[in-house]
Design a protein around this ligand. Sequence first.
Ligand code: ADP
Length: 423
Amino acid sequence: MLLGAIADDLTGATDLALMLSRGGMRTIQVIGVPRAEDVHVLSQHDAVVVALKSRTAPPQQAVTQSLASADVLREAGAHQLFFKYCSTFDSTDNGNIGPVTEALLAFLQTSMTLACPAFPANGRSVYQGHLFVGDTPLAESPMRNHPLTPMRDSNLVRVLQRQSEGSVGLVSYTSIDAGPVVIRKALMEAAAAGHLQVIVDALSDRHLLDIGQAADGMPLITGGSGVAMGLPANFIRAGLLHPAKPSSKLDAPRGRRAILSGSCSEATRAQIGAALEAGVPAREIDANALIAGNVRAEDLRDWALKQDSNRPVLIYSSANPKIIAEVQERHGRAEAGEAVEALFAKLGAMLADAGFTRLLVAGGETSGAVVQSLNVPGLAIGPEIDPGVPWTRSSGGRDVALALKSGNFGARDFFLKAWGLLQ
Ligand code: ADP
């Protein structure tokens, strides 16, 4: 094994696994902290991506799970560790990016790492330490109103510093644009200046590739999946990796199709709009009714079974920020989120039992909840639907094809076109 990654949510893990498999690495995604007895199986892959559900967990829990995963990954032979978080840096001032990174640095007995959430192909760029979503600063983007991690400061040096004990530095555009040699020198200077974590600017894929090259041999890298773009090449150059060809279609189990969406992100709501316009049979879940006990997974399953079996069905709780704010005010942010996630988790397993073996799930937390209840231990990575979102097939456990979409990802016709890549 060459690269061992720990992702703070499931869709992020899939996104990273896809990036590495596109770079020629034989990659497997593991759901939850891997078991010590799986070391041998894990060590057969070029890259292992551990999917945790730690983004909004209490910091101590996120740290413990990340360290336990790091331990198994190192035991399986990982040359380099990668801590993956969202390209919109989703976190609160209480963690978890800073605490987990600092714990991993201590575990690896190393004194510096870079932090690079940028993913220009998905519109996330970092300039002078400020994160942009398209042409909008993060704090003015829809991320401002995220149900769990509202981002109200675009300056990542400040955001990360508030979560961290050690100092946070910046390597800015001028150095990044000058190529890998200068980037590496700037990182070393930042380390010498006492910075433990260094935010790096990145505005293009070339920057990501150069940062990846500069990070060759660094014990720990942190960031979004974008910066992983340059990592397979390091292993190929070193003669450690003989690249494999990624697949173009997923061999999926026979069965019916369903879309489950708990993501309230703008991109997801547009995708729901496109599916409704196309006449996809759909049911909307009202969070107030759900919390009042008036929505049952059994009824939604029975409704799904009554629909035309040649079409996918869509079940969604996705609502606009005004409705979400009202629900959260009335019931509490965490309580509302958990109620919706619990429903989708139960529904996902019920649908799979009823023959819906091809599932598309929108939302990072929502996907985590659904996969947990499906009891799927690992995912083999298949073809890419849109940047960052592949089809996957369960490896062990229940046999299902799953596309797990981070809320912000995917084109407007995502829910319609994704099925074309299954055979
Ligand atoms: P994304 O990837 O878009 O961030 P997530 O699934 O990670 O999506 O997060 C969305 C959160 O919002 C989940 O916790 C989900 O349960 C919650 N949620 C979904 N629909 C509603 C709703 N109608 N009211 C309140 N919370 C909701």
